[in-house]
Design a protein around this ligand. Structure first.
Ligand code: ITT
Length: 198
């Protein structure tokens, strides 16, 4: 079993969510943030962006390492902002997304999902492995909640069943129980345990 891994990210919220999960899921593993502004290429999939991002991160953080690329995909906008989520958060922001959906008054018209592509490099294997996580839901009618980050105030996950809270109204524990991020990290955990079992 490995005992140390970097999470290379400039986003402290992402780091804190990953740490909360991994501390419990893999208690012997020391997780550290390798903070930097890692370049994101314009590409059509999260996986392409992630594979590029990890190459840059490997120079900055030698050793075991993971990065992730995440995005919010809105069905009626043909998956926008998707791979452009970082840029759209800084420009249109949550308010701009709500305006884009202004004429969509039915919940079914506001279907969306968060997806994460986590890209892991382990020194002993010298290989890159990809783990994905996704949570379905819809975009609310106004911003609600003060927790979380990014598009959390406008995203209402379908889980747990019957949920009406936005991610920003959930506690960190509630968000981590269903989030795209922890789902991808859970796949990583399962794989790590399998590949390192005697
Ligand atoms: P790093 O690349 O440095 O890790 P980033 O903030 O650019 O940080 P991503 O490219 O993975 O991270 O994510 C793009 C944007 O998608 C991010 O800035 C948020 O606005 C949004 N996002 C990702 N995960 C989210 C989550 O769990 N809740 C809300 N918004 C999220």
């Amino acid at each position: 079993m490995i005992n140390h891994i970097w999470f290379a990210t400039g986003n402290d919220h992402k780091f804190s969510e990953a740490r909360d999960f991994l501390v419990q899921a893999l208690p012997g593993l020391q997780l550290e943030q390798c903070k930097g502004d890692f370049p994101e290429i314009q590409a059509s999939s999260l996986e392409e962006v992630a594979r590029y991002k990890i190459q840059a991160a490997m120079d900055a953080c030698p050793g075991n390492l993971f990065i992730e690329d995440a995005g919010l995909f809105i069905s009626c906008l043909h998956g926008f902002p998707g791979v452009y989520s970082s840029y759209v958060k800084k420009t249109l922001d949550c308010d701009g997304i709500l305006k884009l959906l202004g004429d969509k008054q039915e919940k079914i018209q506001r279907v969306a999902y968060f997806e994460t592509c986590t890209c892991v490099f382990l020194e002993e294997m010298q290989e890159i492995h990809i783990f994905k996580g996704r949570i379905d839901g819809h975009i609310g009618f106004k911003e609600r909640g003060a927790r979380g980050f990014g598009f959390d105030p406008i995203f209402i996950p379908d889980e747990p069943a019957g949920n009406e809270l936005t991610f920003a109204e959930m506690t960190p524990v509630q968000k981590n129980a269903v989030s795209h991020r922890t789902r991808a990290l859970n796949h990583f955990k399962q794989w790590l345990l399998q590949s390192h079992s005697p």
